[in-house]
Design a protein around this ligand. Structure first.
Ligand SMILES: Cc1ncc(COP(=O)(O)O)c(C=O)c1O
Length: 411
């Protein structure tokens, strides 16, 4: 059997019934929370596979989200780099400007079918918060979003958007005041009112069934991209890549290609470099551990049993762990996990602005940086990268810290 064919039944086999991807995943929760997650799991297995749910979600994707999003050939950027051809799956053109809406509409629809009144979540860059607030408005649900104070300041336009959409944004002021603390606080909030609410985690992580649920709702990215690329070029891309924070856009992009002869690259944020506290590259530097109710690769201090501080220029990537399925795909060697530093991501950000007229989210600029690196290395002829979101939310921060990017790309 060739290296790819062994993955033909992958989606049926993983996760296992107890939510495992190899040794990763599972459910590690306090006794009070277990019934809440069991209820979501049972509801997901029955409701989300019904024809009624699937048809309604398809209608929403088409009529409200504006799907399918296109695949786009970056001709000018590819010519400038002078290596492999770069293509983008344009999730920045999904309604609300990022892929996050794909799982939020699925989770919101599930909440509605379950008769819940409220949806609760955390957010880092604010994209998940905006997407969930949008879903709440669409379905007529209340919405509580927990967000670290540092991110509230950095992602101010998204905070305004969430409030405009009717969500309660709850500031989190302990620890580093970023994504990890926001997840802690959202769990506590959920514990207090899980009977009437559902927790909608922002990525393909957390206790079972969330990594599976978020993944399944995000598969639309790769399914569309695969057939669009074939229709456009007549062949498969040689490589696909995506940025990896918790891992939702990437898992959705990767899995439809898992049994194809396509190399797959996840791009992790290497921030300022390899030192502890300077990056959030959990696959590259992590070790096995448990956080927020699931087992995965974590950046952690093994002596103190605490997660390490993490950093990335992209708020949506600075989480000390990674979705359990990525930990597994790394371990079995099907996905290559590479890194992009802040500097490489910002170069990609400005190049995409200047050469293609697209302002990417800084998170997504990491995927473009990966594609640029692969293009320069010329190992492949074509690279299809997931442009997970648009950069409107980032422009004030970029101007303040990087100006108009004179260092990276000519005006
Ligand atoms: C535009 C965008 N891309 C990527 C990510 C990273 O998340 P994930 O790894 O779950 O796709 C985020 C997170 O906020 C984001 O806003």
């Amino acid at each position: 059997m060739n290296k790819y064919a062994q993955y033909q039944n992958y989606l049926k086999e993983f996760p296992t019934k107890d939510g495992r991807f190899g040794p990763y995943g599972g459910v590690y929760l306090s006794d009070e929370l277990i019934p809440a997650f069991k209820e979501v799991n049972e509801a997901y297995r029955t409701i989300c596979h019904s024809a009624q749910f699937i048809n309604e979600l398809r209608r929403i994707r088409r009529e409200f989200q504006g799907r399918p999003t296109p695949v786009y050939h970056c001709e000018r950027l590819s010519r400038y780099i002078g290596g492999a051809q770069i293509y983008l799956k344009r999730e920045d053109l999904n309604h609300t400007g990022a892929h996050k809406l794909n799982h939020c509409m699925g989770e919101g629809l599930l909440a509605k079918f379950m008769g819940k009144k409220k949806i609760i979540a955390e957010t880092g860059a604010g994209q998940h918060g905006v997407a969930l607030a949008t879903a709440a408005a669409f379905f007529g649900l209340e919405c509580d979003i927990y967000m670290g104070e540092v991110d509230i300041k950095k992602q101010a336009p998204n905070v305004t958007r969430m409030k405009l959409l009717g969500a309660n944004v709850i500031p989190v002021s302990h620890g580093l005041k970023t994504l990890k603390e926001a997840v802690d606080a959202a769990f506590e909030g959920y514990l207090k009112e899980y009977k009437d609410s559902i927790y909608c985690i922002g990525s393909a992580l957390g206790p079972h069934p969330f990594p599976m649920m978020v993944r399944d709702f995000q598969l639309v990215i790769g399914e569309e991209a695969r057939s669009q690329f074939i229709e456009m070029t007549g062949i498969m891309p040689d490589a696909v890549c995506a940025c990896v924070g918790g891992g939702s856009n990437s898992i959705g992009m990767f899995l439809p290609f898992i049994s194809d002869p396509v190399e797959i690259y996840g791009v992790e944020p290497l921030g300022r470099g390899d030192a502890i506290g300077d990056h959030a590259a959990s696959v590259k530097h992590g070790t096995r551990g448990i956080l927020h109710g699931f087992e995965t690769l974590l950046l952690q201090n093994l002596k103190e049993g605490e997660p390490d501080p993490v950093y990335s220029v992209a708020s949506g990537l600075d989480y000390p762990g990674v979705g359990p399925e990525h930990a597994y795909l790394h371990e079995c060697g099907r996905v290559n996990y590479i890194t992009a530093t802040d500097d490489e991501a910002m170069e990609a950000f400005f190049l995409l602005c200047r050469y293609e007229g697209i302002i990417p989210a800084i998170e997504s600029a990491h995927a473009v940086a990966g594609a640029i690196r692969l293009s320069r290395e010329r190992k492949h002829d074509s690279i299809l990268a997931c442009l997970s979101g648009r950069g409107d939310k980032d422009i004030d921060y970029v101007i303040e810290n990087y100006g108009y990017g004179e260092k990276y790309a000519k005006k």
